[in-house]
Design a protein around this ligand. Structure first.
Ligand code: UD1
Length: 312
């Protein structure tokens, strides 16, 4: 297939591009490079340095390339920033998706794979979280992802809607060389502390009603996630799939795993971060049944080991 990947130079996008090429697909990438990095893309694939809200530029891309399916990852994704700048999130994530959908439909594209998030569940009312767990986003970011899901369905595309849990790691074979800029999530922060870029890691909340008092999350490796996108292209009906490993790790367990990889570093107990749910994890059985997908990398030490070379 000839697959258009929006946000293809980003953290997840660059891994999806590698997985598509590995599977023998052709790839066209659109990215505005606001957070992505073209060094993480093979130099011989068509690349459009374009904002997805730019109707004319998208039209030119579709005129030049005949696209069979779109994997749509271009989006803003920082929850905290989304609360401070809702206008930016509604503009890029919703209006951008609307312009892309319009131009895709005009070009005759039928299939979308959409990068959604567990953020659409908010503080999930049950765990494990299934695709039937009620949607109750608690951030602007989560709302814009929910709107993106609905928008693509109302445009009439066949939509494989992928709700990611906490995505971590890098390509184990070392083909991605530039780490995410200004990371805000736990695993990259652990790596930066492991190599001394940061002085210490703060654990946000140690008095939760969980196994060890710290928050628990479902961490899924980006290479496993990328594989799911490739398999999603073979589906011919719209469906929503949770992508997680089906198991929760506590923040403290992640810290210990990072110390096993990097050696000891300073850790400080800190107050709870406002808005953090105590614990949740995915029920990934629908993705397993429909895609034959199962996460291969489930050990946090192995996950962090794939990240280490990018921080040294
Ligand atoms: C966040 C987003 C979520 C998004 C996901 C992946 C929020 C509220 N949620 O999830 O919507 O899908 O990223 O991009 O932002 N932690 C520490 N110390 C740190 C950093 C994090 O203790 O320095 C803890 C957090 O409190 C949390 C866990 O580590 O319990 C994971 O945090 P993080 O990586 O930021 O992801 P989430 O908040 O789970």
């Amino acid at each position: 297939m000839n697959v258009l990947v929006t946000g293809g130079a980003g953290y997840i996008g660059s891994h999806v591009v590698l997985a598509l090429l590995d599977a023998g697909h052709s790839v066209v990438v659109i990215d505005d490079l606001s957070t992505g990095c073209s060094d993480n893309l093979p130099s011989d694939i068509p690349f459009f340095h374009v904002d997805i809200r730019d109707e004319q530029a998208l039209r030119a891309c579709f005129e030049k390339h005949s696209i069979d399916a779109i994997i749509h990852l271009a989006a803003k994704k920082a929850v905290g920033e989304s609360m401070k700048h809702p206008e930016l999130y509604f503009s890029v994530n919703v209006e951008g998706t609307r312009v892309l959908a319009q131009e895709a439909r005009r070009a005759g594209v039928k299939t979308f794979v959409f990068s959604s998030s567990a953020a659409v569940y908010g503080n999930p009312s049950e765990s494990p979280v299934t695709e039937h767990t009620p949607l109750a986003p608690e951030s602007v970011y989560g709302v814009t992802k929910k709107m993106g899901e609905e928008l693509l369905l109302w445009f009439g595309f066949t939509l494989v809607n992928l709700r990611y849990f906490n995505v971590v790691g890098y390509d184990p074979s070392g083909r991605i060389t530039v780490p995410e800029k200004q990371p805000q999530n736990l695993f990259p922060i652990l790596c930066e502390t492991g190599v001394g870029v940061r002085e210490r890691v703060q654990i946000f909340g140690t008095d939760y009603d969980t196994r060890d008092g710290t928050c628990e999350r479902d961490y899924v490796h980006v290479t496993d996630l990328a594989t799911a996108h490739v398999r999603a292209l073979s589906l011919d009906e719209s469906i929503t799939l949770n992508l997680g490993i089906g198991r929760a790790l506590s923040v403290r367990e992640c810290v210990y795993a990072a110390q096993e990889v990097f050696g000891e570093f300073a850790v400080e107990d800190a107050p709870r971060r406002p808005g953090d749910p105590a614990a949740y994890y995915a029920n990934p059985s629908r993705a397993q049944n429909v895609l034959g997908w199962e996460a291969q990398i489930t050990d946090p030490v192995e996950m962090i080991t794939t990240m280490k070379p990018l921080y040294e």
